[in-house]
Design a protein around this ligand. Structure first.
Ligand code: PLP
Length: 398
């Protein structure tokens, strides 16, 4: 036993934002890798992880990658997006998809979020394609930049799907590739179809805070065998021959190791359980916040089944009596970890100068958004403490 100082004994336990739960077959599967020596990027768990994930999202092919950013990078490359092409990307997102577009020398055009579900606004995206671009000689060109628009990359943020139908219809009309950034929304559904199966190709992430984790990892999924082969080729240094070291182009070392895939297989076995837990956590917050003025819970669209990966609320300062950033600070003092949403891409210095639609909705979301603790293993008593602390800070209740 170690001695505990009186103050430490009194401090309430730290409640993290979102931490992994590794309570399934992770140990035996990883042990199997170590016992058999199959630790590197070839192995039975890599195949199994790919097959299981493909089955979960109802796609024919899956290729495991070293992380989600690499998955997006190769998805763009395999789709034929080239330097100086343009790609429509959500402005409210973690920065990875925008960066991936720049890795190949293409340019993102940032699209605002819609105010109800906070996803890429299909109306603004379609309006950009129809009004700000011109169709000439079989190519869609941005009127302002003169560049070719080649792809649309909607990001299903926080676990909720983007309203895809208008995007898909317009993209098909102009021959644009649809690359889903599904990294935050494994297990979500759009009109009963799995997120990740709604476009031409999609990327998943298994980073530490995602719904399932391999520590770090990613996956590209597609129904198109040519695309899948191309992705596999590019992720293995574009080696042309199984024996000889001959390469016809620049490739990447982007493969996931068998040890990490073993974690992935074990995690994926628990996906349904995790989705149920996330849904319960969301439902409890939703119920608890109904009578707090100035606190808006996220909404699930009638056409959607959210994975509820991250639970974010909007804090309206005038009615709640405190800004989201201020609430973040005071909850932090109570040892409750929360996080703001990401700086929107149209304001990021990393992507300064990028073209964007009107992004007024994004600006509001990012000012008011606050992500609350929602680990799959979040204890009910801990969630009650989060709720109680927020309630105490609220200026008024209904
Ligand atoms: C997590 C994430 C990624 C990929 O992240 P990796 O850490 O590279 O696995 C990509 N896009 C979004 C929106 C994400 O949240």
């Amino acid at each position: 036993m170690t001695a505990t100082s009186p103050s430490a004994a009194l401090a309430p336990p730290f409640i993290p934002l979102c931490e992994p739960l590794l309570a399934g077959n992770e140990w035996p599967y990883v042990k199997e890798c170590l016992d058999t020596g199959w630790v590197s990027s070839v192995g039975a768990f890599v195949d199994r992880f790919e097959r299981s994930l493909a089955a979960v999202v109802a796609r024919r092919h899956a290729v495991a990658t070293v992380n989600g950013t690499a998955a997006l990078h190769v998805a763009l490359l395999a789709s034929g997006v080239q330097a100086d092409d343009e790609v429509l990307v959500s402005t409210v997102t973690f920065i990875a998809p925008a960066n991936a577009v720049r890795y190949i020398g293409a340019w993102p055009v940032f699209i605002d979020a819609e105010p109800v579900y906070w996803q890429m606004d299909p109306v603004k995206a379609v309006e950009f394609l129809e009004r700000r671009c011109v169709w000439k000689d079989g190519t869609l060109r941005n009127r302002d930049s003169g560049r070719r628009v080649r792809a649309v990359m909607p990001v299903h943020i926080l676990g909720h799907p983007v309203d895809m139908t208008p995007l898909v219809e317009t993209a098909r009309k102009y021959g644009l590739v649809i690359i889903e950034d599904a990294t935050e929304s494994l297990g979500a559904q759009y009109h009963g179809r799995a997120v990740g199966s709604l476009g031409d190709i999609a990327a998943f992430s298994f980073n530490g805070n995602k719904l399932i984790t391999t520590g770090g990892g990613g996956m590209v999924v597609t129904d198109d065998e040519t695309l899948a082969r191309r992705v596999r080729h590019l992720t293995t240094q574009a080696k042309d021959d199984p024996v000889e070291y001959v390469h016809g182009e620049i490739g990447y070392n982007y493969r996931l190791t068998n040890v990490l895939a073993a974690l992935g297989v074990a995690q994926l076995e628990q996906l349904d359980l995790y989705l149920t837990r996330k849904r319960q956590i969301a439902a409890r917050y939703h119920e608890a916040f109904r009578d707090i003025l100035g606190l808006r819970s996220p909404v699930e669209a009638p056409w959607a089944r959210s994975a509820w990966w991250m639970y974010a609320v909007l804090v309206d300062e005038p009615t709640f009596g405190m800004s989201a950033r201020c609430l973040l600070r005071v909850l932090g003092e109570d040892r409750i970890q929360t996080r703001p949403l990401w700086e929107p891409m149209h304001r990021s210095r990393a992507h300064a100068g990028a073209q964007h639609t009107d992004c007024s909705v994004a600006d509001t979301l990012v000012r008011d958004g606050l992500c609350l603790p929602c680990s799959v293993g979040l204890e009910p008593a801990h969630q009650e403490r989060v709720i109680e602390r927020i309630r105490t800070r609220a200026a008024r209740e209904r």
